[in-house]
Structure formats: C-alpha cells, structure tokens
Write a protein that binds this ligand. Structure first.
Ligand code: NI
Length: 226
C-alpha cells in the first residue's frame, strides 16, 4: 500500500529544518547504500551521526509518533533513525530495492525494513525533476509532494528518483519494521481501522462498531509480531 500523509511537519518545522540543512555538511550518499544501490545512487546525505541529523531526525520521529494516519497505516514496531538527502545538478537514484535488513546505529540491533518513507522538505516548485517513482501493483506511481508531506510504501517496491535538473530536492527518509510484516495484511487492517473511525464519527450502530473493533484487534493479534 502506497499512502500520502499530509502535514507531517508544519511550515514552521519545515523552515527550521531547512535553515539547519542549508548550512550542514553533506557527504556522498553511497555511504549508506548496499552494493547494488551504490551503483545507481548519486546524491548527498547528512552523515548519520551528525548532530544536525540527530536533532532533525528527532523532530521527524516526534511528528510521526503522534500522526494517527501514519500509525494506522504502518503499525510501526521499530523505526530506523531518519536520514536526510539532497539532490542537485542532475543527481538521481536509479532503480533499486531498499536493503531488507539494517543495523540500528549504536545498539547493533537488526531491523527488517517493511515500510519505506520519504518526507519532502522542499516544495515542488523549488526544483525540476526529482520525482520519486514507485512501481506498485497498479503500475508506476510518481510522487512529488509539498514540503512537510510524506509518502510511505512497501519496502519490497522497486523505486527510483528522477534526476533533479533545477534547484535542490531535500528530503528525510527512513524505514521501519512493522508489527505486521505483510503489506496485504497491513492494508486490510488500515482499511478496517479507517472504516471504524468513520463509523465512530457518524454515530453508527454502537453494537456493530463494537463487533468490528473486536475483529480489528483480533486480526491484529493474529497477524502481529512485535
Ligand atoms: Ni530507496
């Protein structure tokens, strides 16, 4: 399931991040790529352990932790600390699939990447190109969102970033291990949760809502693996 999540960061938060990113030290983006990825990746990244990356990463983590749409759609178990990238002057990232397993910095714990996320930090009119192209069941989806908005998609997807031919494309990106490993099961749970929320708001039949809510939790119990 591919989902756009609007307004993850406020305009003020985006401006704050941009001010920090404008004066940050960037390194070759291949430092975090696997072998296949390193062959097709051409961009810049903040070093994972830099103070700026950690400070801005914490802002992103705090924002997603209280975003109901993000929680409902991804059911996060472990979240990789957000990283930041920058594409200018024709830089791009060719077709690849994200690494399945990553080591969490510091702890050495392993995280399985079930869901990939890109949080846009530049507005679409600030740069040309730079679309995130994701191949899903229904063809190739082209994603270029306003600053502060985020897309999440299954980490199993083949995806790429088009060359940026004008301006700069700035984004945060991260992965998460979900309580529910299978994308199809997460989609069912998300649809069900969305429907239950709507019924709650429209004062639907309370007994029916209770049964549906029970079904949601019993499916989550059956499918989740914390
Ligand atoms: Ni990727």
């Amino acid at each position: 399931m591919l989902l756009n999540i609007p307004d993850v960061l406020s305009r003020e938060q985006v401006q704050y991040c941009r001010a920090k990113l404008d004066v940050a030290d960037w390194v070759d983006g291949r430092v975090s790529a696997g072998y296949q990825g390193s062959l097709v990746k051409e961009n810049r990244q903040l070093p994972e352990n830099s103070a700026v990356a950690r400070e801005l990463g914490d802002i992103v983590l705090a924002a997603i932790e209280c975003n109901p749409l993000f929680i409902s759609a991804s059911l996060p178990s472990k979240v990789y600390p957000p990283m930041f990238n920058r594409y200018t002057g024709g830089q791009h990232f060719g077709n690849h699939v994200d690494n399945a397993i990553r080591l969490l910095p510091g702890s050495g714990d392993k995280i399985r990447t079930d869901v990939s996320a890109t949080l846009f930090l530049a507005d679409p009119d600030e740069y040309d190109g730079g679309e995130l192209l994701i191949e899903d069941t229904y063809g190739v989806q082209s994603i270029k969102l306003p600053a502060g908005h985020m897309v999440i998609y299954p980490s199993t997807s083949l995806h790429r970033v088009n060359p940026v031919t004008r301006g700069a494309r700035l984004a945060a990106f991260f992965w998460l291990q979900s309580l529910v490993r299978e994308d199809a099961q997460r989609s069912i749970l998300f649809d069900m949760d969305t429907a239950i929320q709507k019924l709650n708001q429209t004062s639907g039949d309370a007994k029916a809502i209770l049964h549906l809510t029970g079904c949601y939790h019993n499916l989550l119990r059956m499918w989740s693996n914390p």
